[in-house]
Design a binder for this molecule. Structure first.
Ligand code: NAP
Length: 258
């Protein structure tokens, strides 16, 4: 068990990649605080983890709201104790071209994907420092390394997440705390299904055609599974990864090769 005696807070744990990370961390022995807005989904995941012998508590959080982040941090402290590992996974992705993008679209991506990552990290960092050991794992995207059309706000937010991760890594390097980002390509989750539905609606094609087109973005002609992202998160959270710091690791079948 690579994460025995470790406590972790995972945002966006109610479905998709965050849920897969929670299940993988629990399997490795970590005690978990599961964060998202949907308490029903979090509670049923916590129930499943506990039924399988693990330890998990649901914590309501809206990472786009500073007050909600502070309240969640206090609730995690109270219900689980100080955590060693923070996974900033919660995120949104919507598409529109720049000419038609309104301020609300732009701001929501920055607030949730980028400022949320910063604020959650800032809230939990003193606890990591106090324990003399920590891991910050930010789920960015290949859209944090290259541009994709019609997703300028998303791309800007994810480029920001990688920049934030790199700077944080250097600030924490002497404290046995690492900060890294994972950059998935298209993953088999609701976020990708929603993207396919949106493309189908805009092009008048079918959702199946849109899914096939999105798969072709990867040289492997497939979507990454959430469990593949979770496996990299476990590796980064483990003791063995103490020398990996400030990296942004692509998990995309080779779609982006830097
Ligand atoms: P998803 O299935 O849509 O899940 C998103 C998660 O984020 C949900 O648990 C959702 O929970 C949570 N969330 C959204 N807004 C939130 C908010 N304001 N406060 C708290 N939680 C919030 O997406 P996913 O595919 O698992 O994506 C997870 C992360 O991976 C995101 O950061 C995404 O950008 C990144 N990523 C995904 C892909 C992909 O192809 N799917 C590719 C690259 C990167 P609630 O709705 O319950 O709050």
């Amino acid at each position: 068990m690579k994460l025995r005696d470790k406590k972790a807070f995972i945002t966006g744990a109610s479905r998709g990649i965050g849920r897969a990370i929670a299940l993988a961390f629990a399997k490795e022995g970590a005690s978990l605080a599961l964060g998202a807005r949907s308490m029903d989904a979090l509670s049923s995941l916590a129930y499943k983890i506990e039924a399988e012998g693990g330890n998990a508590v649901p914590i309501q959080i809206d990472v786009g709201d500073a007050g909600s982040i502070d309240a969640a941090q206090s609730a995690v402290d109270e219900k689980l104790g100080k955590v060693h590992i923070v996974v900033n996974n919660a995120g949104i992705a919507q598409s529109i071209n720049v000419l038609n993008m309104d301020d609300a679209h732009w701001q929501s991506h920055l607030d949730i994907n980028l400022t949320g990552t910063f604020r959650v990290t800032r809230a939990f960092l003193p606890g990591l420092i106090a324990q003399g050991w920590g891991r910050v794992i930010n789920i960015a995207s290949t859209a944090g390394k290259v541009g994709f059309q019609y997703t300028a706000a998303y791309c800007a937010s994810k480029h920001g997440v990688i920049g934030f991760t790199r700077a944080l890594a250097l600030e924490m390097a002497s404290k046995s705390i690492t900060a890294n980002a994972i950059c998935p390509g298209f993953v088999n989750t609701e976020m990708t299904s929603a993207a396919a539905r949106n493309i189908a609606e805009k092009t008048g094609g079918s959702e199946a055609d849109a899914l096939a087109w999105l798969k072709k973005v990867s040289p492997q002609n497939r979507f990454v599974e959430p469990e593949e992202i979770a496996a990299v998160a476990v590796m980064l959270a483990s003791e063995e990864a103490c020398g990996i710091n400030g990296q942004a690791i692509n998990v995309d079948g080779g779609a982006v090769v830097y």
